[in-house]
Design a protein around this ligand. Structure first.
Ligand code: UGA
Length: 437
């Protein structure tokens, strides 16, 4: 099938490449010419495992191309809108500028029978508004809303082999013509047995924010337990293992530590609260405010712990920070707990030396005031304390017997509960963590 993908960020670039891999003829479109130039050369504009190889493979087939003019969408039968919906400055609500802009610029290029498919995470009610916009155009085109559940770091795998497909269609019925078109697009994953659910627009929009809210709640739940563990001398990692054995609870997404960040979970729960308020249903989501608060408190606790271990003041201290990305296998620093903690510690008078396997360039842009080095060993040189804030494999596998020899004292704070406390203590380290004795 001929597809266009509008917006080539983390979501769109991966979606475009994966659709080409599935055999479709795809044009990826983005206003950012630098991004398009990179993609056209087969280069991924951000770090995502497997994406460079996939781009090279897809470009070689001749089925994937990129353009910066929206007119390039003409001739495609299905148009995926994958633009960002960031948090509005100074507000909880989502900024829909890019979604509105994408639809407004796309509509004049639509032809009869085209299907526009929204993938962006939007406040419930947006799809209906976009459907009206399409109806007001001259072409007889229609809309579907098809939320995306990919995780950064696993984006290629999650797109090629999704755990479910959700179609929001105008009638809400499986018999809707949009269903058959989307079944054609996703023929490959459907043939692998991927579950597919058809719903109305509002349900499809809500599925996405409900899923992210649940994940955020799960993380904040275990981090609230970590606060209790800190107050009682209990161990949150053992608590998580024990409750996680109950299949109704499950062990995944119960890793206590510095909490969630990134371009999705934090802004999605805030936008969801804002939208519920507009709908007069704010009470239903007031718990999400607490989910957000618990999450932010973990960052503050990490700063306090660092101050404590540095003898009560951060002024003049030298702090090594391992990790800047919001999670491993990503160079994304949007609302990164690691970078946030590093910046606050710097503001309190410490010299902060940050390292990250992939995110130094993105971190430098956001927090130019911090010092960046290439390796954990360089960061630890002369440091009073090491903070492990993003659990990259390289950091999880550090050897406590050889690492940190050039520090002023062997002190480590494990912000992600990924090190073995016994091994680090046996090697002479003062080991502290969130939610652990
Ligand atoms: C999240 C969702 O997991 C995806 O399903 C969704 O498609 C995506 O948002 C989106 O809306 O686009 P992502 O932001 O890539 O994906 O990252 P996650 O793997 O969900 O991690 C989010 C944050 O939670 C990270 O900062 C991570 O360190 C933290 N986390 C995760 C914990 O603190 N504890 C855990 O147990 C798990």
């Amino acid at each position: 099938m001929k597809l266009s993908v509008i917006g080539c960020g983390y979501l769109g670039a991966v979606h475009a490449a994966c659709m080409a891999k599935m055999g479709h003829e795809v044009v990826g479109i983005d206003l950012d010419t630098a991004k398009i130039e990179a993609l056209a050369k087969g280069q991924a504009p951000f770090f995502e495992p497997g994406l460079p190889e996939l781009l090279t493979e897809a470009m070689a087939t001749g089925r994937l191309r990129f353009a910066s003019d929206i007119a390039a969408a003409k001739g495609s039968q299905v148009h995926f809108v994958c633009v960002g919906t960031p948090q509005r400055k100074g507000e909880n609500a989502a900024d829909l500028t890019y979604v509105n802009g994408a639809f407004e610029s796309l509509v004049p290029h639509l032809s009869d029978g085209d299907l526009v498919v929204g993938k962006s995470t939007v406040p419930v009610g947006t799809a209906k508004r976009m459907a009206d916009l399409i109806d007001a155009g001259t072409a007889d085109a229609s809309l579907a809303w098809n939320p995306e559940f990919l995780r950064e770091g696993f984006a290629v795998k999650d797109t090629l082999h999704p755990d479910r497909l959700v179609y929001g269609v105008a009638s809400g019925e499986e018999s809707d013509p949009a269903t058959a078109i989307l079944d054609g697009v996703y023929a490959t994953p459907l043939s692998e047995g991927t579950p597919r659910l058809v719903a109305d627009f509002a349900t499809a929009e809500l599925v996405k924010v409900a899923a992210n809210s649940f994940l955020a709640t799960k993380i904040s739940f275990i981090n609230a337990m970590a606060e209790l563990c800190e107050a009682t001398g209990a161990d949150v990692t053992k608590l998580a293992d024990a409750i996680g054995h109950d299949v109704r609870i499950g062990r995944r997404f119960l890793n206590a530590g510095l909490g969630f960040g990134g371009g999705c979970l934090p802004k999605d729960i805030r936008a969801f609260m804002a939208r519920a308020g507009e709908l007069g249903a704010d009470e239903a989501l007031t718990f999400l405010r607490e989910v957000d608060n618990i999450n932010i408190r973990r960052r503050r606790r990490m700063v306090e712990l660092t101050q404590e271990i540095c003898g009560g003041t951060l002024a003049g201290a030298r702090v090594a920070v391992l990790g800047a990305a919001f999670k491993p296998d990503s160079d994304d620093v949007r609302d990164s707990p690691a970078l946030d903690v590093a910046a606050i510690i710097g503001q309190r008078g410490a010299t902060v030396v940050v390292t990250d396997p992939e995110a130094i360039h993105t971190a430098q842009r956001l927090r130019p005031e911090l010092t960046y080095v290439e390796t954990a060993d360089e960061a630890a040189k002369g440091a009073d304390v090491v903070l492990l804030l993003t659990e990259w494999k390289q950091f999880r596998e550090l050897d406590p017997t050889t690492f940190g020899d050039t520090m002023t004292g062997k002190r480590i704070l494990d912000g992600r509960n990924v090190l073995d406390p016994a091994a680090w203590r046996a090697a002479g380290w003062t080991y502290r963590a969130l939610g652990r004795p």
